[in-house]
Design a binder for this molecule. Structure first.
Ligand SMILES: Nc1ncnc2c1ncn2[C@@H]1O[C@H](COP(=O)(O)OP(=O)(O)OP(=O)(O)O)[C@@H](O)[C@H]1O
Ligand SMILES: [Mg+2]
Length: 391
């Protein structure tokens, strides 16, 4: 039919129909992404409060562990509490990663460690009919990225594999070195991906699982994270049944880095007066105890406005101020600016349960001495203080 010919009634109505269904599809995508946003901000809020509580738990545990002559069963109990709280803190990290507060971390990660964590989680959660196999053959498995994001990458891939094997099968994780890249292969013996869908699986909201089961965002998130690390993900086509993804991540250049564990060495004692500004009473209590144990004199205030007033009166008696980034009356940033107005050389340590808040970098750039991630314990507090006091 020539272009100029008027469209027939049936043509118009079928186009209208297509448009209507496209609109319905877009509406449900919007609802889905709004749901994700809501979960994200909810998770962010919960994680924030959670980190304050964990600061109290881990803080007191680290204080108790400093006591001499503890009975072995007490030490054992403290270790268990500490491990459990560490895991909880890791979980909050995950939630915050999901809430996507600010920019991701970039640190050196042993990918074998991440994969082992994913495996450990799967072992407890997926159906026994699925056999987990692994072969970690990479000789230099270090890459640069955000640990909780990479965890999410492999978890998402593994969950897709699980969904593809309702009757059971094999889920395999393996690594090799590949010309400057670490190659991680995630494969399953499931249903496979039909040829005509291979192009679409990375599209946002593309799912074959139905609205109640899948958001269709899993692989989109995976691809975004992998690309942010400078890597790529490939869906392999081979004759094996099932599905195989290769994830290539640039290997980290070898240089010595300070692992968080290294900080957990002996607490460094010091002296001077430290003003702690935090709206959470638990945090103030444990911080006061820790500071006292370390040899400092502590003044703790729960209101940011009050703390600024206090500093105006007593600036000369205070050697350092530890400020929480998020408080109800004044933000940590506003407190920092007012303190600096009072004394341009004021030593300030910013503390928060959000490590990825972009505001933190800006504050460090404008002169805050350090950032102290919550939950912190005696050793971390003491090292951060010792470093900041030197300047
Ligand atoms: N290992 C796999 N085997 C078979 N099909 C897969 C596999 N991985 C992904 N797919 C297909 O790709 C689609 C998109 O995957 P994606 O992870 O993005 O979303 P989803 O799993 O459907 O939803 P969500 O991850 O949000 O729960 C899936 O619906 C499925 O059809
Ligand atoms: Mg998925």
């Amino acid at each position: 039919m020539p272009d100029s010919a008027p469209a027939s009634r049936s043509q118009i109505s079928s186009e209208m129909e297509a448009l209507r269904s496209r609109i319905a599809e877009l509406e449900s995508q919007l609802a889905q992404s709004q749901k994700l946003l809501a979960i994200g901000s909810l998770a962010g809020g919960v994680a924030h409060d959670f980190n304050n509580l964990l600061t109290a738990i881990l803080g007191y545990v680290s204080l108790l562990k400093e006591e001499h002559g503890l009975a072995p069963q007490v030490i054992e109990a403290l270790d268990v509490i500490e491990n459990a709280a560490d895991r909880a803190s890791h979980l909050t990290g995950q939630l915050l990663g999901f809430a996507r507060k600010g920019h991701p971390k970039r640190e050196k990660i042993d990918i074998h460690h991440t994969l082992a964590e994913v495996q450990a989680l799967l072992k407890h959660t997926i159906d026994k009919g699925i056999k987990l196999e692994s072969e970690f053959a990479s000789k230099s498995p270090h890459i640069m990225g955000d640990p909780s994001q990479l965890f999410q990458v492999f978890l998402n891939l593994a969950l897709n594999a699980r969904d593809a094997m309702p009757e059971g099968g094999v889920l395999r994780l393996s690594t090799t070195d590949n010309a400057g890249f670490v190659k991680v292969t995630v494969s399953d013996s499931g249903a496979g991906i039909p040829d005509h869908l291979r192009e679409r699986i990375f599209e946002p909201f593309f799912t074959t699982k139905g609205p109640e089961k899948g958001t269709g965002m899993g692989l989109t998130v995976v691809q975004t994270i992998v690309r942010a690390c400078g890597g790529r993900i490939e869906l392999r086509q081979d004759n094996e049944p099932g599905t195989r993804f290769d994830i290539l991540l640039p290997a980290a250049v070898d240089r010595t880095i300070v692992l968080p564990e290294a900080v957990a060495a002996a607490p460094a004692r010091g002296k001077g007066s430290v003003l702690v500004v935090d709206d959470e009473e638990f945090v103030r209590q444990v911080a006061a105890r820790m500071l006292k144990t370390l040899g400092y004199h502590a003044i703790c205030l729960g209101s940011a406005t009050e703390a600024v007033e206090y500093y105006k009166r007593r600036a000369r008696d205070i050697d350092l101020v530890i400020v929480d980034l998020i408080m109800p009356d004044l933000s940590g940033k506003a407190v920092f600016e007012q303190l600096r107005y009072e004394n341009p050389h004021v030593r300030v340590i910013i503390t928060s349960g959000y490590s990825q808040d972009p505001g933190v970098d800006a504050l460090i750039d404008s002169g805050a001495k350090a950032f102290l991630q919550k939950p912190y314990r005696l050793a971390q507090l003491s090292q951060t203080l010792a470093g900041a006091m030197k300047t």
